[in-house]
Design a binder for this molecule. Structure first.
Ligand SMILES: [Zn+2]
Length: 233
């Protein structure tokens, strides 16, 4: 924690969400480079704090904020912008988690212990609202990337097959394999890996390529920014 605070040149502001707020945690950096970590009130755990600290640490190591450009002005709609923004949480975050899981484990903390419960609820909770095809893919992707237990992973696949979502499961699995194969270790690796996963996810209907890289001053730090170009076919 001290190491991250030294990096930002500022103490980390810690907040707590009341029950009913978002689950687990989140991090942000304001315009003055002041980092904030917010944790769910019923999940004030060392694992949850370590997780958000690791996201902040990656920023200090030059892992970029992602900005989107679309190749065609017909697609500069709020709906597309929201959809692209959502992919940072559903596809980019799981890649970051893969990058820092080993570091958290080396600190003697089990990384993301809640994911086993998320998977179990996902398989057995019948009242769960149905998500779209993209949501099914990214859920399969993030859970197979995070949960090591192969019996649970088989149950997840079986539940997708029961629901007629075999194609979604296979796409999610291909994305997780891509991350394991590329094994990202640097900011550039992460952007390459994110683009590669998006290209599998979009199955040739869209593609993502790195357009440019820059950085923005946020208080004591220069935060890296990678701009991805999305093409529609
Ligand atoms: Zn995270």
């Amino acid at each position: 924690m001290l190491e991250v605070e030294r990096g930002f040149g500022h103490v980390i502001i810690e907040r707590v969400w009341e029950p009913g707020g978002p689950s687990f945690g989140s991090y942000e950096i304001d315009a003055n480079g002041i980092p904030t970590i917010t944790l769910a009130k019923d999940d004030l755990t060392e694992a949850n704090l370590a997780h958000e600290l690791m996201h902040l640490k990656l920023i200090l190591q030059g892992y970029p904020r992602i900005e989107w450009r679309v190749s065609d002005s017909r697609f500069t709609t709020q709906e597309i912008a929201n959809e692209l923004h959502e992919l940072l949480a559903t596809i980019r975050d799981p890649i970051e988690h893969f990058i820092f899981h080993a570091t958290i484990a080396a600190m003697g903390i089990m990384p993301d212990p809640e994911d086993v419960g998320v998977l179990t609820r996902y398989v057995y909770d019948k009242s769960r609202p149905k998500e779209g095809s993209g949501g099914s893919i990214s859920m399969f992707f993030s859970l197979t990337l995070s949960v090591q237990d192969s019996a649970l992973r088989r149950q997840l696949l079986a539940s997708y097959e029961r629901k007629g979502l075999r194609a979604e499961a296979l796409t999610g699995k291909a994305m997780a394999l891509q991350v394991r194969r590329m094994h990202p270790k640097t900011p550039k690796d992460e952007v390459d890996c994110f683009s590669a996963c998006l290209n599998i996810y979009w199955a040739r209907k869209r593609t993502a390529t790195l357009l440019s890289q820059s950085s923005e001053r946020r208080g004591n730090i220069a935060r890296k920014v990678a701009t991805l170009m999305v093409k529609f076919y």
